[in-house]
Design a protein around this ligand. Structure first.
Ligand SMILES: Nc1ncnc2c1ncn2[C@@H]1O[C@H](COP(=O)(O)OP(=O)(O)OP(=O)(O)O)[C@@H](O)[C@H]1O
Ligand SMILES: [Mg+2]
Length: 579
């Protein structure tokens, strides 16, 4: 993505305001001309000419110019910072939205820390550039152009000299700048990598403690930090050299102008006042260059940061959201001959799986761990697309419709339950924010959560999750279940949704679920066979193929793998009972 073009496009809607900022800065810049011109008057007319009455005017003029400059430049800064922040927030939202539309495979190959870094630190460094450096440099550029024009009018050879000095300076400065930008990009990636490790390490604190890998963790961070430090020192050195170079020219330039100007005074072609005015203009002309050198780091950091944000604008989308919506789902599901391997892996996870479900029917899926059960659900939800085969809902090809409109009508309890760091109510209402209290209580009751909630002081308003009440694995699962039920969806998917519940609670939840299930197409994945015993049909998925299929009784009669599994679990139960 072209950096300049994308940036310009983002600013386009604000062109009127930008013009206002530019006008303010031009007016502010014009005031810059006044003091040196007044100095010329001071030297030629007051000091040399002896006109004392002018002195007051000169002093008032300098003060007035300063006030005018400050006023207009403040207004310009305000407008510019505001536009800049509007644009940056637009960019941030655009990147965030893209992230949420990206295919799942993007999330499995991108470290979370990297995504966070882009949307926080990278944005921050762009803000730094926007809030201080850019408005200041614009003022200084306008001031420099005004000063250059003034010098040109006053004594054109000085302007030519200045231009030459400037041209000589630009070449090494440009080379150094390019080097700095490259280094900044590497530095950014290094920082993101460090951030990623930091985040992962803090998140896995329990693992680190129990496995006693603190030293290993610290060592890894130390290594990253030390690499970053070495690199940063080099980058800082180049920055300093660049700045010194700017200063050098800033000092050298007046020398040359003095030489040319002195000769001209001697020849009588200009007055002393003119030379003094030209010399006063020099710092103004050099100011933007000095500023760029001074803020080089901020500038050079923001460029790769912008690039990193723009990369997200180009993320592929999971599916085209302009495809037609599904309409009301009845719940007939046909998965036909599905072959699938995860992107980037050549392992076939599903090998020709076909399953058909009539509306309102209940299917149980069992099988060995890693057999492809959760993967099947992911394909059904359109989170991944099969390499071969089709997914049809009510006879419509899922991939030819807006998948979101289908997902909205599915209640899913996935294998890993995720709770928001918020109240129980907000967690429950997540999938249906407009549910009534009655619907809420019904869902809570069905998921066997009623007693727990009643026992809490703040009931539904109890904060759960990271900073609130910690729920047990089974309690979390029940919250997730209530969340799914609350949606009253035509399709329900439970992936190991009751695996953490004790037998008795599971049975109670199962019983209340059975009251709710009729009329809804339900898929239940379970390791415990009793969980799916009552399903209309059970499939046993083994290494990506359907090894067995039938009702609980039929499968037992077959005396195959299901039977073996059942016996293993059953005898375990028996042993437990006896023991
Ligand atoms: N995001 C992923 N990227 C690559 N491979 C994956 C991914 N998720 C799962 N797999 C692989 O796909 C296979 C099937 O995984 P899946 O999660 O569908 O199994 P499962 O039947 O649900 O197992 P379990 O009962 O343990 O939950 C496994 O071999 C796993 O390694
Ligand atoms: Mg699974």
């Amino acid at each position: 993505m072209n950096l300049v073009r994308t940036t310009v496009n983002h600013f386009k809607p604000y062109w009127r305001m930008l013009l206002v900022a530019l006008i303010f800065s031009i007016i502010g810049g014009l005031f810059t001309i006044a003091p040196p011109v007044l100095v010329k008057k001071l030297v030629d007319d007051v000091i040399v000419g002896g006109d004392l009455t002018l002195l007051l005017w000169v002093a008032a003029g300098v003060l007035g110019a300063y006030l005018g400059k400050s006023l207009f430049e403040t207004m310009q800064e305000y407008v510019q910072v505001k536009i800049g922040l509007d644009v940056i927030t637009d960019m941030q939202i655009r990147a965030f939205r893209k992230l949420h539309r990206a295919p799942m495979s993007f999330f499995s190959r991108t470290p979370r820390g990297d995504m966070l870094f882009r949307l926080t630190h990278d944005v921050e460094s762009i803000q730094n550039l926007n809030n201080t450096v850019v408005p200041r440099i614009l003022q200084q550029v306008v001031g420099a152009v005004a000063a250059f024009s003034a010098v040109f009018v006053l004594f054109w050879p000085a302007a030519i000299v200045m231009f030459c000095v400037f041209a000589i300076y630009i070449i090494p400065s440009f080379t150094l700048g390019t080097k700095m930008r490259k280094m900044s990009a590497i530095q950014r990636d290094m920082s993101a990598d460090m951030y990623n490790h930091l985040q992962e390490s803090i998140e896995s604190v329990r693992l680190v403690r129990t496995y006693q890998t603190q030293d290993q963790e610290t060592g890894a961070q130390e290594k990253k930090l030390s690499d970053w430090k070495t690199f940063s020192i080099r980058a800082a050195l180049i920055g300093k050299v660049n700045w010194r170079l700017g200063n050098l020219f800033n000092i050298a330039a007046p020398g040359v102008v003095m030489l040319v100007g002195g000769l001209a005074i001697w020849k009588g072609s200009i007055t002393v006042g003119t030379l003094v005015a030209c010399l006063t203009f020099i710092p103004v002309m050099f100011q933007p260059v000095r500023s760029m050198a001074e803020h080089a780091l901020t500038i050079q950091q923001a460029i790769p940061a912008l690039q990193r944000i723009y990369e997200y604008f180009d993320l592929p989308e999971e599916h085209d959201e302009n495809l037609p919506a599904f309409g009301d789902v009845v719940g007939k599901i046909d998965l036909t001959n599905l072959w699938f391997s995860y992107p980037g892996s050549d392992k076939q996870v599903l090998k020709g799986v076909s399953v058909s479900l009539n509306p309102g029917s209940h299917i149980g899926i069992v099988g060995t761990s890693g057999g492809g059960k959760s993967t099947l659900v992911q394909l059904l939800l359109g989170l991944y697309e099969p390499d071969q085969g089709s997914v049809e809902i009510d006879g419509k090809n899922l991939y030819e419709y807006n998948r979101n409109s289908f997902r909205q009508q599915v209640g899913v309890v996935s294998q890993e339950t995720f709770l928001l760091n918020s109240t129980l109510r907000q967690n429950l209402l997540y999938g249906k924010p407009d549910a009534t209290q009655e619907e809420l209580e019904q869902a809570v009751d069905a998921a066997g959560l009623k007693e727990l909630i009643e026992s809490l002081d703040e009931q539904y308003d109890t904060i759960v999750g990271e900073r609130g009440l910690k729920l047990s694995g089974g309690q979390r699962q029940r919250v997730a279940m209530a969340r799914a039920i609350l949606r009253q969806p035509p399709v329900l998917i439970f992936d190991e949704a009751t695996s953490s519940l004790d037998g008795e609670t599971e049975e109670r939840v199962q019983a209340s679920l059975e009251e709710l299930i009729p009329g809804r197409t339900t898929i239940t994945i379970a390791h415990r066979l009793v969980t799916v015993r009552k399903a209309d049909v059970i499939i046993l998925l083994d290494q990506g193929v359907i090894a067995e299929k039938g009702t609980h009784e039929e499968l037992l009669m077959q005396r195959g793998k299901y039977y073996e599994l059942y016996r293993a679990q059953y005898s375990e139960l028996e042993r437990e009972l006896i023991g």
